[in-house]
Design a protein around this ligand. Structure first.
Ligand SMILES: C[S@@+](CC[C@H](N)C(=O)[O-])C[C@H]1O[C@@H](n2cnc3c(N)ncnc32)[C@H](O)[C@@H]1O
Length: 203
């Protein structure tokens, strides 16, 4: 398991951030404000749609890749319950710190760690579901392809992957990694983005 992020006394400077070619966001408060504006106050409704789409159930394990301020991982915990596990990885130490503090205030046992999509620090076949929301477009194509490989690796056979992003059809590597698309469409409340639900082939 990766160590907690190190921050200076102002809790702003990054002393250890995992290496990535992705565009990392270091401003959690500003990010939450932008999401609120983008979703016109319907963020929770959007995230509930995602949790249902991912078919999250009690006792399951779920990973939110690029979890930002942890809002989705916190909601996912309500779906997987006490016996389930909700984890998030995120390269920004500021986001990790903010998400951990938010979880503490809510008395929620979620596991947020520094990490990147291109090298996910969990054993193969660890998760029943993976969420990756508005993250993929933050990186160059070779990183996207590596990220899809990594998500396929840590997902259990038959597991679900929910992606929300733009231009998802331009990413042919899902099928190559054994994913089968089950549903897709415009993301509710944030119509600039598309959603897709993939299942990892059991074979
Ligand atoms: C637009 S935010 C989305 C945050 C969160 N998924 C949500 O639903 O609010 C994109 C996030 O991806 C993170 N990110 C950038 N590069 C990444 C990488 N290589 N691996 C994982 N996350 C990354 C950014 O730091 C940022 O927090």
């Amino acid at each position: 398991m990766t160590p907690s992020p190190k921050l200076d006394s102002n809790r702003t400077s990054v002393l250890s951030t995992p290496q990535t070619k992705g565009q990392v966001i270091h401003t959690p408060r500003l990010y939450e404000f932008i999401v609120w504006v983008m979703a016109r106050g319907k963020e929770q409704a959007f995230r509930k749609f995602i949790a249902k789409l991912a078919e999250l159930k009690k006792g399951e394990s779920v990973l939110d890749v690029g979890c930002g301020t942890g809002t989705m991982a916190l909601l996912a915990k309500q779906y997987v319950g006490e016996t389930g596990k909700s984890c998030g990885i995120e390269p920004s130490a500021e986001m990790v710190f903010f998400a951990k503090q938010k979880a503490k205030r809510q008395n929620a046992l979620i596991d947020i760690n520094p990490g990147v999509i291109e090298q996910i620090d969990y054993p193969s076949q660890s998760f029943d579901a993976i969420l990756c929301l508005i993250v993929i477009h933050h990186m160059p194509d070779e990183t996207k392809i590596q990220g899809i490989k990594e998500m396929a690796r840590v997902l259990k056979p038959g597991g679900r992957l929910v992606i929300v992003d733009s231009n998802l059809q331009l990413l042919p590597s899902f099928e190559k990694e054994g994913f089968i698309q089950v549903k897709s469409g415009k993301a509710p409340f944030i119509p600039d983005y598309d959603f897709a639900l993939w299942k990892k082939d059991n074979l």
